[in-house]
Ligand binder design. Structure first.
Ligand code: SAM
Length: 306
């Protein structure tokens, strides 16, 4: 097989993320996996390459990796970008990363919990002068939703987020109204970004093998939201309320939150009809534009406190 020649980098003939190299490194350091940290390492060179390429990097771009493990994906990012910063929580991996990534001066490792690191400061200090940054990660399952939501909500200067996550969560990110996977997470993700599933990944390409299959999803950040919302907090409050009890109608869910007084049901019905939205519909059928209509109309009314 001939290795692809990259326009601005090089690719090692045998990278870190092969079964042989991975086992060798793990054995040498006597490493034992911590399930609580979601440690399932990728050992498939093609998938590692696909993830890195989905981020559309280049010599003037940076990559922020969350959880480098032993550096298999980090290496692919280093070959394709100007700078890689990787945040790893497990101190035992630091000497291993130092060894495996010794040939890559454009990589720096930060020891810490990504949920606690000041990402805005990190972007300012470590990625200055670059033309754009992508977040790329094979994410530990237990932090998928909090970290993705944090990256979206903080409006960090990120071009795209390319992450390997549990298949079911990827389906929820990209679900359309009316589908069983569509919920408040879909609305939130799609408000900030355009999701697309880049690859489906079987559990067999990790050691140890997880109990679930995964997907690689790319979230391309939008320059501005796809709908005009006057008060974002109110918009997300409406979305949360609409899905509080999935099987209930909008009328029931929204009445409870926004029209809790006696006679509130009829008031809520009239309000929804005034918005042009049938009160008997369920939240799972509403588009972002319809949620925005409700939130903007509610914005003009005095509301009960939560
Ligand atoms: N990137 C490697 C790969 O693809 O083979 C390892 C991926 S493994 C699924 C997840 C990695 O995230 C592990 O190295 C784990 O120690 C690290 N990790 C877990 N929780 C973390 C956190 N809160 N902050 C930073 N890293 C974390």
């Amino acid at each position: 097989m001939t290795e692809r020649t990259l326009p601005h980098g090089r690719e090692q003939a045998e990278g870190i993320g092969t079964p042989r190299k991975t086992k060798e490194l793990l054995q040498k350091h006597g490493f034992s996996f911590k399930k609580s940290l979601g440690q399932n390492f990728l050992i498939d060179a093609n998938i590692l390459r696909n993830i890195a390429e989905a981020a559309e990097l280049g010599p003037k771009k940076g990559a922020l990796e969350i959880g480098p493990g032993i550096g298999a994906l980090t290496e692919k990012l280093a070959e394709r970008s100007g700078r890689v910063v990787a945040i790893e929580i497990d101190q035992r991996l630091l000497p291993m990363l130092e060894e495996s990534l010794a040939d890559y001066p454009n990589v720096s490792i930060v020891h810490g919990d990504v949920l606690k690191v000041d990402l805005r400061a990190l972007f300012r200090e470590r990625f200055a002068g670059l033309e754009g940054v992508s977040v790329v990660a094979n994410l530990p399952y237990y932090i998928t939703t909090p970290i993705v939501m944090r990256l979206l909500e903080e409006r960090l200067p990120v071009e795209s987020i390319v992450v390997m996550i549990q298949k079911e969560v990827a389906d929820r990110f990209s679900a359309a109204p009316g589908s069983k996977d569509y919920g408040s997470l879909s609305v939130a993700v799609q408000y900030y970004a355009v999701p697309d599933i880049v690859a489906k990944v079987p559990r067999t390409v990790f050691i140890p093998q997880p109990n679930v299959d995964s997907s690689v999803v790319r979230l391309k950040m939008r320059e501005k939201p796809p709908v005009q919302v006057y008060d974002e907090a109110r918009f997300f409050e409406v979305v949360q309320a609409a899905f509080v009890q999935r099987r209930k109608t909008l009328l029931n869910n929204l009445q409870q939150r926004f029209f809790p007084t006696a006679g509130g049901k009829e008031e809520c019905r009239a309000f929804l009809e005034g918005c042009g939205i049938a009160p008997e519909r369920r939240g799972e059928t509403l588009t972002l534009a319809e949620f925005a209509i409700i939130a903007n109309a509610l914005g003009a009314r005095p509301l009960p406190s939560a």
